[in-house]
Design a protein around this ligand. Structure first.
Ligand SMILES: [Ca+2]
Ligand SMILES: [Ca+2]
Length: 311
């Protein structure tokens, strides 16, 4: 009797445990399926938001292009008191914000000026770049290294140059561009360039197609200081004050005593290249969009380089 009773009892116990296991297994499977599909949904949603953010950035780019075109129609010079130069404050958009700023890239030193159309190093700009580096307390020998990095030949310039030989001997080995740069950040790869020096240099340099004059109305403090051998920090401060109200009135008159004749002839008070930076935040998605805009004399504004980061 006891055995008879105990058998079905044990079987019931086993059945209950099996049933519980199945329920648990199903629960686990359901949970993991739900988790996966939730993850998929979240992934799809953030891709969707990212697309939306890029569309907002492109919209901002067209809007800024229109502002730059209008600026050219209304003024012959470009200075920091103009509408384009004011920071775009965080504007609300559906589910987030957009903010941005425009930088006049001709307020920086164009590293492609170091090499002329014949592929030869331009001493005028090489000297200016040396002075820029010195002002920023960076080793001026990077000027020669940069010129050799860009020039097409394999002859190391004297005394600070360096061609393929020094880079192919590094671990890992690499080679200089030996052509005009599309991005000034390449200079981070110069032999001996450290992070700290590069960070200090970066806001004052650019890589624009061809050779471009410096716009003295928007030039950074260090770029202004690099224009002449004898420019003191107080000269540069005075220049920055002088240009505050709508740019310099007469650049030839202002700079003729401060800058050598050759470089004086190359100075400008207007700009053809601007960098737009747009930050878009929608819910948890944030993108930073960069665009280099070329503005032609005819008033066309065209993006020539775009980049996107999700940081
Ligand atoms: Ca203007
Ligand atoms: Ca070279």
């Amino acid at each position: 009797m006891r055995r008879r009773r105990s058998l079905p009892g044990r079987q019931t116990g086993v059945a209950i445990i099996t049933a519980m296991l199945i329920v648990a297994l199903v629960a686990v499977m359901t949970y993991s399926l739900a988790f996966e599909s939730q993850m998929d949904a979240r992934r799809a949603q953030s891709l969707l938001l990212r697309d939306q953010a890029v569309q907002v950035a492109l919209g901002a780019e067209s809007w800024i292009a229109a502002i730059l075109a209008e600026d050219l129609a209304n003024s012959d010079t470009d200075h920091l008191g103009e509408i384009w130069a004011s920071e775009l404050p965080g504007l609300p958009i559906d589910g987030g914000t957009v903010s941005g700023e425009i930088t006049d890239l001709q307020g920086r030193f164009n590293v492609n000026n170091l090499v002329n159309g014949d592929g030869e190093i331009d001493e005028l700009y090489l000297e200016q770049f040396r002075r820029l580096l010195t002002t920023l307390e960076i080793d001026p020998r990077f000027a020669g290294l940069t010129a050799d990095w860009i020039d097409p030949d394999q002859e190391a310039s004297f005394p600070d140059g360096g061609e393929d030989g020094i880079y192919t001997a590094l671990t890992p080995p690499y080679r200089p561009a030996n052509q005009a740069l599309a991005n000034a950040s390449e200079l981070a790869a110069l032999e001996g360039m450290d992070n700290d020096s590069f960070r200090r240099l970066e806001p004052h340099i650019t890589a624009l197609p061809g050779r471009t004059p410096v716009n003295v109305n928007t030039a950074t403090f260090a770029v202004l200081a690099s224009l002449g051998e004898n420019l003191s920090p107080s000269d540069v401060e005075r220049l920055m004050e002088e240009r505050e109200a709508g740019g310099f009135a007469d650049i030839q008159a202002t700079f003729s005593t401060l800058v050598g004749d050759e470089l004086l002839a190359e100075l400008s008070e207007s700009t053809g290249y601007f960098q737009l930076k747009v930050v878009v935040q929608i819910a948890t998605v944030r993108i930073t969009f960069f665009s280099i805009l070329q503005r032609t004399q005819q008033g066309d504004v065209v993006p020539i380089l775009r980049s996107l980061s999700t940081a």
